[in-house]
Write a protein that binds this ligand. Structure first.
Ligand code: SAM
Length: 262
């Protein structure tokens, strides 16, 4: 496990991002992109009670809520919760901490958490124990983490270079990067058994190069990019495909763990 530090506290980072972003769209246009592609593996039965931990501005939560699923959202950032509530007062979303879930034992059949546990500097084990506690017997989970690989390390090099001229304070915890086996073991210590690990792509590192971005990505808002995916143009897609074929682990920027409670 590797800890990454930046000149901005993690909770402050998310509050800032969510206040700068517009609203999330209520639907994903493309079901093949992260994270909806992986949520689709879980969401096959409208009667199953589902919780999304760290739902952000609600793009996954709202997608399934609008489709008639029984889904609740929980999020640490009050900024994000207020934004969802402002437009969708009927949605069950509450502010809380993944380390102390405000729900009863066995309350959910499915728990999803996209990009949440890598935000915890300490006690990831406690967060996973909370998932296990809130899942019903044989309940299912889908949890994504940032991998400890070349792509993520290059991403930090880029971030430091890109922000080199900004006046910065002391470095603070930003996220943790984990290995596939390492996190599979952490899950199993909480009685969460991994059935599949997917090496996924959220934003390609190539997307950092503006000349490799698709036109709609350059012109659209952050909300558009979040619902359509951070798309590359034809040249970008070609280079990306070659790199992915050659280095499947080191070009993933999200690991998605899908499994069940023991
Ligand atoms: C990568 S974002 C993902 C948002 C959403 N799942 C999505 O895919 O659009 C991670 C989210 O986890 C939230 N988060 C971070 N630490 C948390 C914690 N301890 N408890 C609950 N949510 C947390 C952040 O505020 C942020 O909204």
């Amino acid at each position: 496990m590797k800890k990454v530090y930046r000149h901005e506290n993690n909770a402050f980072y998310w509050d800032r991002r969510w206040s700068e972003s517009g609203e999330d769209s209520e639907r994903f246009d493309d079901l093949s992109i992260y994270p909806i592609r992986y949520a689709e593996i879980m969401m096959t039965d409208r009667s199953k009670k589902t919780l999304e931990i760290g739902c952000g501005l609600g793009r996954v939560l709202l997608h399934y809520y609008r489709d008639g699923f029984s889904i609740a959202g929980m999020e640490r950032s009050q900024v994000a919760v207020d934004k969802i509530k402002e437009c969708h007062s009927d949605v069950d979303v509450r502010q809380g901490d993944a380390l102390d879930l405000p729900y009863g034992d066995g309350a959910f059949d499915i728990v999803m958490a996209f990009g949440v546990y890598h935000n915890l500097e300490q006690r990831i084990d406690q967060g996973l124990a909370e998932v296990s506690r809130c899942l019903s017997q044989h309940g299912k989970f889908c949890i994504s983490m940032r991998p400890n690989n070349v792509e993520m390390h290059l991403n930090e090099v880029y971030w430091n270079w890109h922000n080199r001229s900004k006046k910065m304070g002391e470095k603070q915890f930003h996220k943790v990067l984990v290995g596939e086996r390492e996190f599979t073991e952490m899950l199993s210590e909480s009685g969460l058994i991994v059935d599949e690990v997917h090496r996924a792509r959220n934003v390609s590192l190539l997307y950092r190069l503006p000349f490799l971005r698709s036109r709609e990505s350059v012109e659209g808002s952050e909300a558009v990019r979040r619902s359509k995916g951070y798309r590359l143009n034809a040249a970008g897609r070609y280079i990306d495909r070659v790199l992915r074929a050659l280095f499947p682990y080191h070009t993933a920027n999200v690991l998605v763990f899908v499994g069940h409670k023991d």
